[in-house]
Design a protein around this ligand. Structure first.
Ligand code: PHE
Length: 333
């Protein structure tokens, strides 16, 4: 047995390719193969059972030697192919998309407010004049409408100029208490330049309940800017005007570039304007049938492009819309 097995192993080792392996198999297990013939001669054996067991053992040995040599040849082939190739070189990476910087900043703003318990609402881009202006205390023909260069669609429809109409839509749908943010795209008939775009993004936020005070607005927005730009930066509230808030305030944050010292980014003032805000005007609450004697609320709206520009040190808004991959690839979220 041992002698025969040694020969089988030697024959298997002599095979150098698939054809050689086929020959090897035929030599032992083919129609006229050595092992096949042993099976045929079993009937003359003295101890048939013992002889049968041995021949069977040989057959299995041939098969396992075949597999062993086949694996060995495959590995040799692979090793040959890799010869001269530095397998430690990094592989080519599959091209993978990244989130747009505006999306990244929107998500960040959303998650800051969600952690304060705000929920998210949306509204239509093609809006009714009523929601964009009238219900927000812009009377028809009122000059405050001129603050928004509007794309009109017909007499009563327009592309929303801000996300504030979502305040009205949400308050029509749900009773207070409300704590909502509303992100979205807005449109203005502005010429494109480094700081203006006909299409841009805002995140609106508002809270309505009994006893909501201006200090609640200050607390929420101060926490927001600290989360977004860093806890070392102070906020400042400057009186302003919006028809739908009273009192109104423009919110400034200390300059993210110089941390308040004064530099080119903040025009040496140390401050940057980042959003508009105020206490929701009683006329707005009346328009959605919320009693302004019982309830009060605050609202704010911020431009996402502006925040993204400050956060990433981008000096031209057009970069967000040009789809230049060299720009977009830098935002690996
Ligand atoms: N909608 C205002 C704008 O686009 C911003 C704002 C929102 C101001 C909410 C006050 C309250 O300029």
């Amino acid at each position: 047995m041992e002698e025969i097995k040694k020969n089988i192993t030697a024959d298997a080792d002599a095979a150098s390719d698939q054809a050689g392996l086929a020959q090897f198999k035929a030599k032992y297990l083919g129609k006229k193969g050595a092992v096949t013939e042993m099976f045929a001669s079993l009937k003359d054996a003295a101890d048939k059972k013992e002889a049968g067991r041995r021949v069977n053992e040989l057959k299995m040995f041939v098969e396992s030697e075949y597999t062993r040599r086949e694996t060995q040849l495959l590995e040799e082939k692979k090793a040959g192919e890799l010869k001269g190739i530095d397998v430690t070189l990094p592989a080519y990476r599959a091209a993978k998309g990244t989130s747009h910087p505006i999306t990244i900043v929107m998500e960040e703003i959303k998650s800051i407010f969600m952690s304060m318990g705000f929920s998210i609402e949306e509204g239509p881009d093609v809006e009714e004049d009523y929601y964009n202006f009238t219900a927000l205390n812009f009377p028809a023909e009122h000059p405050a409408r001129d603050m928004h260069d509007t794309f009109h669609i017909d007499e009563t429809h327009l592309l929303r100029t801000h996300t504030s109409p979502i305040q009205v839509r949400t308050m029509e749908k749900y009773p207070p208490p409300l704590k909502v943010i509303a992100p979205g795209r807005v449109y203005r008939r502005d010429a494109m330049d480094a700081t203006h775009s006909t299409v841009f993004h805002q995140v609106e936020g508002f809270m309505v309940d009994e006893n909501i005070r201006f200090s609640d607005l200050k607390g929420v927005l101060d926490l927001f800017t600290k989360e977004l730009f860093g806890a070392d930066l102070k906020t400042r509230f400057r009186p302003s005007f919006f028809p739908f808030t009273e009192p109104s305030a423009e919110v400034d944050v200390q300059c993210v570039a110089c941390r308040g010292k004064g530099c080119g980014v903040c025009k040496n003032t140390g401050w940057l304007e980042i959003l508009g805000s105020g206490m929701i005007h009683p006329n707005v609450l009346r328009a959605v049938k919320i009693d302004p004697e019982k309830y009060s609320g605050f609202a704010f709206g911020c431009g996402v492009e502006r925040i993204a520009m400050l956060k990433y040190g981008i000096d031209d808004m057009r970069l967000f819309f040009e789809n230049d991959l060299r720009f977009l690839k830098q935002f690996n979220s």
